[in-house]
Design a protein. Structure first.
Length: 149
C-alpha cells in the first residue's frame, strides 16, 4: 500500500495530532555535536519503538544495534547490566502538540534524570515517515521513524 498522501494540516499550518497516533519503528538515529561532529551513539542500525496513543500517553525505547545477550537462565553481572543500560534509552509519559513541536511530559525514564521533565521535539510527517529532532545540551539528535501497520 502506498502512502503518498500529504500530512493533515490544521488552519494554523500545524500538523494535526491525528497523524501522530499509532506505533512507529525507528529507521535511523544520528546525533551531531555543536561542532558538527557526527556521533552514532546507538550504532549504525539501532532499533526502536515510539508510540503515541489517543489517550494522550506516549512511550519510546531505542537500543543500540549490537547489544550484549545475557543467558536468560541467570541475572546479568553488574558489568553486563551497566553495558546494557548504556546502550539504551527508554521513557514514557503524556504528550502535547503545538505547531511543529511535540512535548513529551516524562513520567518514567530509564535513567531517572528525565523523570518529571519535559522533552521538547520538533517534528514533521511525510507520508509514513516521522522526522523528529531534539536539541540536548551539547548535541542535536535526529530520528526518522516509519509508521507500523
Amino acid at each position: 500500500m502506498s502512502w503518498a498522501r500529504p500530512p493533515a494540516y490544521g488552519r494554523d499550518g500545524a500538523i494535526e495530532v491525528e497523524e501522530l497516533y499509532g506505533t512507529w519503528k525507528l529507521v535511523s538515529y544520528t546525533a551531531r555535536s555543536e561542532s558538527g561532529e557526527e556521533a552514532r551513539t546507538f550504532g549504525q542500525a539501532p532499533s526502536g519503538i515510539l508510540n503515541y496513543g489517543r489517550d494522550g500517553r506516549m512511550f519510546a525505547m531505542v537500543v543500540k544495534d549490537e547489544r550484549l545477550k545475557v543467558d536468560a537462565s541467570r541475572e546479568p553481572t553488574d558489568t553486563e547490566a551497566a553495558g546494557l543500560f548504556h546502550t539504551m534509552a527508554a521513557y514514557g509519559g503524556t504528550f502535547t502538540v503545538a505547531g511543529d513541536r511535540v512535548t513529551h511530559h516524562v513520567d518514567i525514564s530509564w535513567n531517572g534524570s528525565w523523570t518529571g521533565t519535559d522533552q521538547v521535539r520538533t517534528f514533521r510527517i511525510e507520508g509514513r515517515r516521522l522526522f523528529i529532532s531534539s536539541v540536548q545540551s551539547d548535541f542535536v539528535a535526529s530520528l526518522v521513524w516509519e509508521k507500523m501497520k
